[in-house]
Design a protein around this ligand. Structure first.
Ligand SMILES: CC(C)(COP(=O)(O)OP(=O)(O)OC[C@H]1O[C@@H](n2cnc3c(N)ncnc32)[C@H](O)[C@@H]1O)[C@@H](O)C(=O)NCCC(=O)NCCS
Ligand SMILES: Nc1ncnc2c1ncn2[C@@H]1O[C@H](COP(=O)(O)OP(=O)(O)OP(=O)(O)O)[C@@H](O)[C@H]1O
Length: 198
């Protein structure tokens, strides 16, 4: 049995990764969603709560990690962020292995990984898809989210590989600055192209 083609899906904050990942899923491609795994392990009863509470006292409660509180502690403090990543990232890697065992028979799978370039994950995927939209659209989407401030947005951007560099390093770019229908058509075209290349 051949191994599934691993598609690494990434993009900067608000570029439409989750939306495009759902499109892949709708068209039959299993998706490993790194952010979703993190949220579940950080949620109520989640397996990372004890370690996070020990490293960041009072950052968790009955509903799990207090995301705003923890975000304020780590976004802006590189050492604190590294400590959090050292707890979270190995646990995500273990979940990814479980996912690959479960979907070992699929022709292709998507790894939806926000920090694909930043954390070196690009080396372990077969092809890289970057979602991208004009900066002004990205800004409008992100600033429209509850709890987001200009300062937080600027800081998160500064932690992420710039969009222009992501685009250059991508094997395929999916434009999300167009209608959802146009983006979905680009996704189905790409699935067909990747299937044909196998
Ligand atoms: C600090 C936390 C609790 C804040 O949660 P919150 O819901 O406020 O933000 P959210 O997770 O939606 O992230 C907002 C934006 O920041 C980006 N971001 C998150 N973590 C990081 C990071 N370690 N480095 C750079 N960007 C990051 C996300 O990709 C997203 O674009 C959370 O981001 C977290 O646990 N981060 C560490 C784990 C991690 O690296 N996750 C991302 C990849 S799996
Ligand atoms: N053509 C399009 N493609 C994708 N998303 C679109 C498009 N047009 C509008 N949108 C909207 O833009 C938003 C993109 O948000 P989404 O959560 O997918 O981004 P994200 O990159 O996963 O964000 P983050 O990195 O912050 O987690 C959604 O509300 C989506 O409906």
């Amino acid at each position: 049995m051949t191994k599934p083609l691993i598609i690494g899906l990434t993009g900067s904050i608000g570029m439409g990764k989750s939306t495009v990942a759902e499109m892949f899923e709708r068209h039959g491609v299993p998706v490993f969603d790194a952010d979703k795994e993190v949220r579940s392990m950080q949620g109520s009863g989640g397996e990372l709560l004890e370690a996070i509470e020990a490293a960041f006292p009072r950052s968790t409660g009955p509903k799990g990690v207090k995301r705003d509180t923890l975000g304020q502690l780590v976004f802006g403090d590189p050492d604190a962020l590294s400590r959090l990543e050292a707890i979270v990232h190995p646990a995500v890697a273990a979940k990814r292995i479980e996912f690959m065992i479960e979907h070992g028979g699929a022709p292709m799978v998507v790894f939806d990984i926000p920090l694909l370039f930043e954390k070196g994950g690009h080396e372990s995927v077969d092809t890289i898809v970057v979602v991208s939209a004009p900066a002004e659209i990205q800004r409008k989407r992100v600033l429209g989210r509850e709890g987001m401030t200009l300062e937080k947005f600027a800081h998160i951007l500064s932690l992420q590989t710039p969009d222009i560099e992501k685009r250059e390093r991508a094997d395929h770019v999916i434009d999300t600055g167009v209608t959802l229908a146009e983006t979905e058509a680009a996704v189905t075209d790409l699935i067909a192209q990747l299937s044909a290349e196998r």
